[in-house]
Design a protein around this ligand. Structure first.
Ligand code: PXL
Length: 280
């Protein structure tokens, strides 16, 4: 063991994307480039490329819970987030493990719930039991809930097509229990700007950014939620961390690159320093 001081740490509870664009791969890459040590509870393994999710295997719920409790007991978790949760059974196990580990809106460790419902190809990443479990078990435990507009529709049945309706959706979602709701505007493709709405039950904060002209956006939602989580692990307030996440994902989308036949990944490479001093 060394006497070096430890970086902040953050836990992702998420699925693996074999294409390395989304899921826990995006989360760990984002944590690293935000200066945060990444801890992982794997929920599922997807067989995936840019053409789709071809197969998947869910991890037994007890193993998911075990991963959360093992790292929390020994290594310390500065903040935690969810991604793909795969099934109602896994969601129940995650909720209980988070209670035991002190993760959640009423506990010490902030909890970002990204309500990932489908892959970017439209393949469901959990079934209708998963949706109900997410609403009942995880939304009331969330420090921040980070839905995109498809996830808003699933959770509230509201069809959001403009900014005003995003505010209404944030109010409806806040009643389901999270301390903050961050409604993301990425899917409002006709809006020249990308203005996300953060709501704490009293005040709205707008997070504005340019709309990048790229078709390569795979992993954008995961990257936003994990940069926000990294910000919380570094001690930022929720409003600061949300601004940090918005800034981080804006750069990642601006540097997104083509790879494979369809939608390529957003990039964290912009955060890497040039290889100074490395012999050519
Ligand atoms: O972007 C959401 C997401 C999360 N987790 C996994 C995914 C995806 C989208 O494709 O594959 C494993």
């Amino acid at each position: 063991m060394s006497d070096k001081s430890s970086p902040p740490s953050a836990l992702t509870i998420a699925g693996s994307d074999s294409g390395g664009a989304a899921g826990l791969q995006a989360d760990l890459r984002t944590f690293l480039t935000c200066g945060v040590h990444g801890l992982v509870a794997v929920t599922a393994v997807t067989v995936q490329n840019t053409l789709g999710v071809h197969d998947r295997a869910d991890i037994p719920a007890g193993i998911v819970a075990g991963q959360i409790e093992a790292v929390a007991a020994d290594m310390g978790v500065g903040a935690a987030k969810t991604g793909m949760l795969a099934s109602a059974e896994i969601i129940h196990a995650v909720a209980q493990a988070c209670d035991r580990a002190g993760i959640g809106r009423d506990a010490d460790i902030p909890f970002v719930v990204d309500p990932v419902a489908a892959s970017m190809h439209g393949h469901p990443l959990f079934d209708e039991h998963g949706l109900a479990a997410l609403r009942d078990d995880l939304l009331p435990r969330a420090t921040v809930l980070t839905p995109n507009l498809d996830e808003v529709r699933l959770l509230t049945e509201m069809d959001v097509r403009d900014r005003d309706r995003m505010y209404e959706a944030a109010v409806v979602l806040h009643r389901l229990g999270p301390r903050y709701v961050l409604v993301k505007s990425g899917h409002l493709v006709d809006d020249p700007e990308c203005v996300d709405v953060l709501f704490d039950g009293r005040e709205f904060v707008e997070l504005a950014g340019p709309r990048e002209q790229t078709q390569h956006t795979h992993g954008a939602g995961d990257t936003m939620a994990s940069a926000l989580t990294a910000g919380l692990a570094r001690g930022m307030s929720v409003v600061e961390a949300a601004r940090f996440g918005k800034w981080f994902v804006g750069n990642a989308v601006a540097h997104a690159y083509p790879m494979g036949a369809k939608v390529g990944p957003v990039s964290a490479f912009w955060r890497l320093a040039p290889e100074e001093g490395f012999p050519a």
